[in-house]
Design a protein around this ligand. Structure first.
Ligand SMILES: [Zn+2]
Length: 308
């Protein structure tokens, strides 16, 4: 995976939140609003950020097997009813419609316009992924214009990697979520997603999503690795609190989507922590409905490909 948040960077991160912001964030965690206990009816989940270029090897970072069988098992265990796969440029295409998983076409610096249009028209690709930072181009670079035009034509969202990278060849200035604002304004009919909510630049990402009706966030990879072995205070500091702050700041429960970045971390423990960040009455939106709507997964897709 190239678009992930390094566990080794954890100690380097600091969130410049005021005491008042933390107080507001903490108040937002109350579980008031719904009388239904989780055990009554399992929460159906869509994981808005996974990687499915399976190599059938044990993935040392997330401590999981990167195999289709493992993903199926993990989805079943956690009531994950669909997912969005983030492909890189050149990744082989895998039809995972039997799992209700859709694929994003990963772009290189220069867009293969004909190939991208073919993939979108055939619905092999239901979204577009741009790797800001890894590719040394801003979101507003003219090279990406054809992709935005095709996104509008085929009604698919464009996902940007934003925030920390795991490559020393990457350049962070391109992955600053603030740089997406210009594109969001220039293309008001295109839906954009800031992957990783710009972490650790969550304030910029939250503001861009708050200000632009066409910008959404996925909260994947705030902490990666084996969360069962991660000190709970680290999960609280680097996952639960920042996600809670983002949700509260944006002030619109339709804007944030749950995602993991599997196999960089296992779905179950990440889901458990993420739930603690979101008020109970908004679980259905954040863990399912927002991704279903943004990615068009709200139509039946299992085994047949959904018209929209
Ligand atoms: Zn990823």
């Amino acid at each position: 995976m190239r678009d992930r948040y390094l566990a080794g960077h954890l100690s380097l991160l600091a969130f410049a939140l005021t005491g008042a912001a933390w107080a507001a964030a903490i108040c937002g965690c109350a579980s008031a609003g719904s009388s239904r206990a989780p055990a009554d009816e399992p929460l159906e989940v869509i994981d808005a950020h996974v990687h499915t270029n399976f190599d059938n090897k044990f993935y040392n970072v997330g401590k999981v097997m990167h195999s289709k069988e493992e993903l199926v098992a993990e989805m079943k265990r956690n009531h994950v009813v669909g997912a969005v796969s983030m492909n890189h440029a050149g990744d082989a295409y895998a039809d995972l419609s039997d799992l209700n998983i859709i694929n994003c076409a990963g772009l290189a610096a220069t867009v293969d316009v004909a190939g991208l249009e073919d993939g979108l028209a055939s619905r092999r690709y239901r979204c577009i992924k741009i790797y800001l930072g890894y590719v040394h181009q801003y979101a507003f670079d003219r090279n990406y214009e054809p992709a935005y035009e095709l996104a509008e034509k085929y009604h698919v969202p464009v996902v940007f990697h934003t925030g920390d990278t795991d490559s020393r060849q990457a350049m962070l200035k391109y992955a600053d979520p603030l740089t997406v604002d210009e594109v969001a304004v220039s293309h008001p009919k295109v839906t954009f997603v800031l992957a990783h909510a710009g972490n650790p630049w969550i304030e910029s990402a939250a503001e861009v999503a708050y200000k632009n009706p066409n910008v959404f966030l996925d909260g994947s990879a705030f902490v990666i690795g084996d969360l069962k072995q991660t000190p709970p205070e680290q999960i609280e500091t680097y996952l639960v609190k920042p996600v809670r702050w983002i949700f509260d700041y944006v002030g619109d429960p339709t804007k944030l989507m749950f995602g993991t970045d599997w196999p960089l971390t296992d779905i179950g423990p990440y889901l458990e922590a993420f739930r603690r960040a979101i008020p109970r009455e908004h679980w259905k939106a954040v863990f399912h409905d927002n991704a279903a709507r943004v990615y068009g997964l709200d139509k039946p897709t299992r085994g047949q490909g959904a018209p929209r």
